[in-house]
Design a protein around this ligand. Structure first.
Ligand code: NAI
Length: 332
């Protein structure tokens, strides 16, 4: 039997946490033959609820689950962690100033970054889910300078999967027959869901999504808006945010990162920009990536037309603004 992998989930008593931890314990994230140890972190007011989640994990008798820690102590939570999924944070609620939200996230991510840096495994992989996801990941990176840039990512796979879902609904094909959509930029409503390189397989023939949909107007307006605003639509319908799909997509993100993407297809991940496609280095930006042997690389050489350029720049500008807001909170 393989040695267990230790996975940290912060904000584990929350809604995404509740959907995510059983998926991890069932092998959805790391595969059906990979034992796991779960470290669950939350804050004092959620302590009892977190204990309840731990009780349920025990009750579910997962064969792959070799240990569970439920704690409000950041150091205990981060110790020996191989994979860290950061779901806990301070999301913006109605009436709150952006600056106050950012300032809260800076202090949370600063503390957790230091704990990860000091106590996690040397090659720990980090996925930030909590919003503002890209900028929280950047803050974490700033305060954990010894963790390699390549190990710090944020979740845009949910948006990627939403784009696949919308195309599959439109064409009435199975979602697994659609591939290579791209989410560029921020995990926010400025993100750019791009299908210009996407393909669909019908009757064992591969063709471009733009040709198959054959409605450029829809692809450039309604499709993009639907994906950008899907999170808000779920909140309206459920009165709660998208927890099941966020948890499932977080598993997809880590699984593909660790085990590799299938040949000929890519996924979207928020990663530290190296300047590819003219995106300023030093932002955490969602790019198309392929993964092999536990490392992602940005897909190179895709043609970017003028429409795409404008959309990619708009989301870049938002990230630059978020970054300067975050940095202005660093010394508070
Ligand atoms: P939730 O409010 O149900 O859960 C958040 C949990 O984090 C709570 O249990 C809270 O006590 C905990 N928490 C707060 N501060 C913490 C800290 N300093 N350390 C550890 N835990 C802490 O929220 P939900 O629905 O689970 O969403 C979590 C986050 O994920 C939100 O920021 C949300 O905006 C974001 N999100 C991101 C998505 C993505 O695709 N990137 C998709 C959906 C949600």
């Amino acid at each position: 039997e393989k040695d267990p992998v230790t996975v940290l989930v912060t904000g584990a008593a929350g809604q995404i946490g509740y959907a995510l931890v059983p998926m991890i314990a069932r092998g959805v994230m790391l595969g059906p033959d990979q034992p796991v140890i779960l470290h669950m972190l939350d804050i004092e007011p959620a302590k009892e609820a977190l204990e309840g989640v731990k009780m349920e994990l025990i009750d579910a008798a997962f064969p792959l689950l070799k240990g569970v820690i439920a704690t409000t102590d950041v150091v205990e939570a981060c110790t020996d962690v191989d994979i860290a999924v950061m779901v806990g944070g301070f999301p913006r609620t109605e009436g709150m100033e952006r600056r106050d939200v950012m300032s809260n996230n800076v202090s949370i991510y600063k503390a957790q970054a230091s704990a990860l840096e000091k106590h996690a495994s040397a090659n720990c992989k980090v996925l930030v889910v909590a919003n503002p996801a890209n900028t929280n990941a950047l803050i974490l990176k700033e305060f954990a300078p010894s963790i390699p840039d390549k190990n710090i990512t944020c979740l845009t796979r949910l948006d990627h999967n939403r784009a696949l879902g919308q195309i599959s609904e439109k064409l009435d094909v199975h979602v697994s027959d659609v591939k290579n959509v791209i989410i560029w930029g921020n995990h926010s409503s400025t993100q750019y869901p791009d299908v210009s390189h996407a393909t669909v397989t019908t009757d064992s023939r591969e063709m471009s999504v733009s040709k198959a949909v054959s409605n450029d107007q829809w692809l450039k307006t309604e499709f993009i808006a639907t994906v950008q605003q899907r999170g808000a639509a779920i909140i309206r319908a459920r009165k709660l945010s998208s927890a099941l799909s966020a948890a499932s997509s977080a598993c997809d993100h880590i699984r593909d990162w660790v085990l590799g993407t299938p040949k000929g297809s890519w996924v979207s991940m928020g990663v530290y920009s190296d300047g590819s496609y003219g995106i300023p280095a030093g932002l955490i930006y969602s790019f198309p990536v392929t993964c092999e042997k536990g490392e992602w690389s940005i897909v190179q050489g895709l043609k970017i037309d003028e429409f795409s350029r404008t959309k990619m720049d708009a989301t870049t500008n938002e990230l630059i603004e978020e970054k300067s807001l975050a940095y202005s909170c660093f010394n508070e």
